[in-house]
Ligand binder design. Sequence first.
Ligand SMILES: *Cc1c(COP(=O)(O)O)cnc(C)c1O
Length: 298
Amino acid sequence: MTGFDSLPVAPLQALALSWLRPFDVELAVLRLDLIDPLISGNKWFKLLEHLRLAQDAGAPGIISLGGAHSNHLHALAAAGKRFGFATAGLLRGHCQDTPTVRDLQAFGMQVHWLGYGGYRERHQPGFWQPWQALYPGWHCVPEGGGGPLGAKGCALIVAQARAQLANLGWADYDAWWLAAGTGTTLAGLVLAEEGGHAVHGALAVPADHGVAEAVRALVGPAGYRLYDASRGGFAKVDEALLAFMDTCERESGLPLEPLYAGKALLALREQVEAGAFAPGTRLIFLHSGGLQGRRGFA
Ligand SMILES: *Cc1c(COP(=O)(O)O)cnc(C)c1O
């Protein structure tokens, strides 16, 4: 198990979009989608501390859970193949053939389908017991790579952006804008910023998913703001969103996917148009990757 802690640097690029111009808001994008073709986006950062723990413990493998399009399981399986450790994935629902699942198996991940009821048990106290019996000594990563270890790894994202500000001619920036699923990545940015710059999180899941509570548990109540960007549900995609993404992709060349980056950028436009940001504001948009999951929507 070697090489996993040389994280590639995500490029920071200026992003010119016509809907920003009238409001004189400047936007740069930190391209986590470009750090690796397989271990894409924020997921490598979220896994980093888990990989260190697993290595220190001499764990023979890593086990985690997720859905049939999970970017997290995809990154874990690809990391296992690349860096030389075994992986197992516990999947929600019943056996399905998706591009993501095919990749998981091609990367050598042991895939187990839990059904919907079985997956719902994942927070029960005895849940891990049979899996720990089947995979003795393996390191378990919570769903989506969430929790304090995930957030700690994501704190490194801030330094990557700061090191490249001069390339844009920026002395500083005012705030971050990013999509939030579990809120772990957002929590990492808040930890690294220590109140220096605000962190704005566009929620890709509805308010009843407990993300606000999870973020509060990780970093407390200050230093960030959350917005509902879910458009009625996690996987809900509508015409307005697709048309907006299409326009942005044409204008900027930035590839988007609808579940996170597309929704986050649309929520940003709504805030900009509502006058949330003063003229001259400089924002960094975190492109958290996830383009592999886009294949499921083709
Ligand atoms: C997982 C994921 C997120 C959400 O990250 P959290 O840390 O769970 O908030 C955002 N964007 C993409 C592309 C993802 O795959």
